[in-house]
Design a protein around this ligand. Structure first.
Ligand code: C2E
Ligand code: CA
Ligand code: CA
Length: 549
């Protein structure tokens, strides 16, 4: 075949590649002539001068100096026939002088005799911003998933650790991003320093970090984590200010089985929440400490997930009273979901909400929760016409375009007055577009529905949310209340939050009130309502009715 014919063949194959690789740049190299063709938009974007070149001669010089060795290695392995596929992420210099992150996937196409004929593939441009988290300078959630996927793809084994901040004891920080961002940056630095040479650190959503650790045993990792949390609790400074931050951590071992990133992430979150809710922040390894292996947990999650499609069979709601802080009269109730079946008994929402709330099925459960809770609570309104029913909503629900109209449909159908309903949203909503959040809540507020900001102080977005939507109630996270009688920083936190609430004309509800002592203490501050085991644990609607109905 002469070069002209080869060029035509290259071109027609190239067109085929381009069609199947939407939104990516395409390259194709003919092994015989060593001529390659590159997408016109890649030529523009990276300044490659011409669509045709010898191998990757104009591409390789654009690869970031820190990445070029592994890039060249991988290409070498392709050319020498050692590898069949090329899949890696690296940085490339764009025509505007900035590096962008790309993922490049290439395959060898063989001729009828099995000899390499072409090497072709697609290059995805991830751009600059999304892969780097601006406040911390670390790689972001997106970068994490990319690296995770390529690690699984290469069948490398590693521990993945999620480390999250519990709260800030010194709480000027709830006052804004700036201080909060410094805290995040410093903690990011500390984690990076301690895992230097053995792991890559990422900033995840909210106040969480992840580390992908190669070549350390779990004992070594636990030691490092303990050092980190020792430091953040006892010896941690932002500028001159000493603050104390406690941490939680979950870990999952990725061995060389092909695990989907969704399944893996659910496991990681599960371990993390075990650490947070049951192990006082100790590093919790998914398999060992939960005594359930990945498969069991996923099986359980899957059964729970299937119950959603099965008309939410197995789910039920409990109600916890919220009382007036001065008079201790019933003011409202929070609906809290549970799931139960014969094999697993009662499963707490911490075990499935974080894992499922990103699931496209979740809004269906959300609607069921709303429908069931307004139906359950409606009879209470005869005796308590001002009672407020609090229902938690997850951001997956808010994200759906019809959320507001769905809520209104449900309460209209049941005949539950809008003014008696309060939707609780959490800091996780920061993942949402603020404009969208605003729009949804403005529509709901026009109808008289109330909004509470849940778990206040555990994230950074809270202030942002407060500014954007008029929140009726701020709920102070239990974390801040546990030691309120002894800890002066918890006391000043409560005070700060109630000042803040005042500035935004919002009420304050304190959660996790477990003793009369705590109640008495909290009454010193301008707190409007109280919720906690001291008054009642969450109970069935029947029990709730017997007590208050
Ligand atoms: P949350 O919204 O912050 O709910 C308060 C949690 O604190 C509840 O746990 C409640 O049982 C617990 N609690 C209340 N008073 C006390 C106390 O005095 N001491 C202690 N130690 N704990 C107390 P629960 O029911 O296990 O719910 C956990 C989380 O699951 C909730 O936290 C919420 O984020 C989520 N969740 C629960 N129900 C729903 C729901 O219907 N929809 C959504 N989206 N999330 C839900
Ligand atoms: Ca809540
Ligand atoms: Ca809460």
């Amino acid at each position: 075949m002469n070069d002209d014919i080869r060029r035509k063949k290259l071109d027609s194959l190239f067109e085929a590649f381009s069609i199947i690789s939407e939104e990516s740049y395409v390259f194709l190299t003919d092994f015989t002539t060593r001529v390659s063709r590159w997408s016109a938009n890649a030529v523009d974007y990276f300044g490659l001068e011409d669509e045709y070149m010898y191998m990757d001669e104009r591409w390789r010089p654009k690869v970031h100096p820190d990445d070029v060795e592994s890039y060249s290695d991988s290409i070498e392995r392709i050319v020498s026939g050692t590898d069949n596929e090329h899949h890696m992420q690296y940085r490339v210099l764009a025509n505007n002088g900035e590096y962008v992150v790309v993922t490049c996937r290439g395959v060898i196409i063989r001729d009828e005799n099995g000899a390499p004929a072409y090497f072709g593939g697609a290059i995805k441009n991830h751009g600059l911003m999304s892969y780097i988290d601006t406040p911390t300078g670390l790689r972001s959630l997106y970068g994490f998933f990319d690296d995770f996927n390529s690690m699984v793809w290469k069948r490398r084994s590693a521990y993945v650790i999620m480390i999250g901040l519990n709260k800030f004891s010194n709480l000027n920080d709830v006052y804004g991003y700036k201080f909060g961002n410094s805290v995040l940056r410093e903690i990011g630095n500390l984690i990076q320093e301690k895992f230097r040479n053995s792991g890559e650190v990422y900033r995840m959503d909210g106040t969480k970090f992840s580390v992908i650790v190669h070549d350390l045993t779990i004992e070594q990792i636990i030691d490092i984590y303990n050092e980190i949390s020792e430091t953040t609790v006892h010896d941690f400074y932002i500028g001159k200010e000493r603050i104390s931050v406690s941490l939680n951590a979950g870990a999952v071992l990725i061995d060389n089985s092909q695990i989907s990133s969704k399944v893996f992430y659910s496991c990681l979150k599960y371990a993390y929440y075990e650490s947070k809710n049951h192990r006082l922040g100790a590093l919790t390894v998914f398999e060992e400490d939960t005594r359930e292996n990945t498969r069991d947990y996923m099986e359980k999650l899957n059964i729970i997930r299937n119950s959603i499609t099965d008309n939410c069979d197995g789910f039920y709601l409990c109600y916890q009273p919220i009382v007036n802080a001065d008079t201790e009269e019933l003011k409202g109730a929070e609906a809290l979901v549970r799931w139960k079946n014969d094999k697993y008994g009662v499963v707490s929402p911490n075990q499935f909400i974080p894992a499922l709330e990103q699931d496209p099925l979740f809004p269906e459960l959300g609607n069921w929760i709303l429908m069931t809770s307004v139906t359950d609570a409606k009879p209470l309104l005869t005796k308590y016409p001002d009672l407020i029913l609090n229902v938690n909503v997850s951001y997956a629900q808010l994200e759906k375009g019809d959320f507001a109209s769905k809520v209104l449909d449900i309460i209209n159908e049941v005949g539950f007055p809008a003014a008696n309903l309060c939707l609780e949203i959490t800091e996780r909503c920061r993942l949402l577009d603020m404009d969208l959040l605003k729009e949804v809540f403005e529509a709901l507020k026009r109808e008289g529905i109330k909004v509470a900001l849940d778990d206040f102080g555990t994230g950074f977005s809270s202030i942002g949310v407060l500014r954007e939507i008029s929140v009726d109630t701020i709920k102070v996270d239990r974390d801040y209340v546990k030691n309120v009688e002894k800890s002066s920083s918890d006391q000043s936190t409560i005070k700060s939050i109630s000042d803040l609430a005042d500035a935004f004309s919002a009420e304050v509800c304190v959660e996790g009130v477990e003793t009369a002592g705590m109640r008495d203490f909290l009454r010193k501050y301008s707190v409007n309502s109280l919720q906690g085991y001291y008054y009642s644990k969450p109970v069935s609607i029947e029990k709730f009715m017997r007590k208050y109905g």
